[in-house]
Design a protein around this ligand. Structure first.
Ligand SMILES: [Zn+2]
Length: 291
């Protein structure tokens, strides 16, 4: 079964409501094991692949998530469009807890994670100026508005390493940069999705005001969880509405050709190991196991 639409669920979204499960697949990848089995099934008749980012029971910290294996597994199952759902903190008063935002830009402050498939003899530099798919984000925004959900687009997301939340000084620094949201996962997924030539969009669920507000206590996990559960219902409604619209519509963006001008290494110098490891991504450009 091929699932051209993939969903990664973050904190609070561990299973996709309404997904008629066909099977759960434990995918082996050249980059190790994904966070858990990929759930393949139909959402209102449309084939969908679902993966819980932090594993079943929420077992992996943002630093421990094997992002490469997750993206690889979804790609290997035929995913072309990937919608990622993630809890975030708000850095601006206008982004209120309980609201949804679509991310269009990132600032990457991560430090302890693998965020590229390449290296080991094959170098690629993908374009990342527009790190999310504007077509996919646009579809989510239009659908969210049609459903009268509290959603806006064009958010700037700071991705921190975690797992502790920000200090007040860090929070104010990020705010002074003009950033909208803070989270711990999305930029890494976006980088890898681009290298895997997937359309990638991020539904950010605002759960709290981070630590910049003097009048707030700062972030604690209990209040985040309460708002998060309410947000997840909105995200599920948005997903169920947008998936049928995407199904069958050919991609009209450049995401599917992200590697076309990105592969810098002369093909004849690429070692067999790298060809084997990256076959799924690069065989169409003549770098595969068998040319
Ligand atoms: Zn795209």
């Amino acid at each position: 079964m091929n699932a051209p639409i993939g969903i990664i669920g973050g904190s609070g979204l561990y299973r996709m409501e309404g997904l008629a499960l066909d099977r759960a697949v434990a995918v082996q990848t050249p980059f190790g094991e994904p966070s858990g089995p990929v759930h393949l099934g139909a959402l209102d008749g449309i084939p969908v692949a679902f993966l819980a980012r932090h594993g079943e029971g929420h077992r992996f910290t943002p630093s421990e998530v094997n992002y490469r294996a997750n993206i690889w597994a979804l790609k290997s199952l035929g995913v072309e469009r990937l919608i990622s759902v993630s809890a975030v903190g708000s850095l601006q008063a206008r982004h209120r807890p309980g609201e949804l935002r679509l991310v269009s830009q990132f600032i990457d402050k991560t430090r302890h994670r693998k965020d590229t498939f390449f290296g080991g003899g094959l170098v690629a530099h993908v374009s990342f100026a527009e790190p999310t798919c504007t077509h996919l984000s646009g579809a989510l925004l239009a659908t969210g508005r049609a459903l009268s959900l509290p959603v806006e687009g064009d958010a700037l997301y700071v991705c921190m390493e975690g797992p502790a939340f920000s200090t007040r000084a860090e929070s104010r620094l990020h705010q002074s940069w003009g950033a909208d949201l803070i989270g711990m996962t999305q930029v890494t997924e976006a980088r890898l999705a681009r290298e895997a030539e997937l359309c990638y969009a991020c539904i950010a669920l605002v759960t709290d005001y981070d630590a910049w507000r003097e009048e707030e206590e700062g972030v604690d996990a209990t209040s985040v969880l309460e708002v998060m559960h309410a947000n997840v219902d909105k995200a599920q409604a948005l997903l169920r509405q947008v998936v049928p619209q995407l199904s069958g519509a050919p991609r009209a963006c450049a995401c599917g050709e992200a590697l076309k001008a990105a592969l810098f290494t002369a093909p004849e110098t690429v070692p067999a190991e790298a060809r084997k490891r990256l076959d799924l991504l690069v065989s169409k450009y003549g770098y595969g196991m068998v040319d």
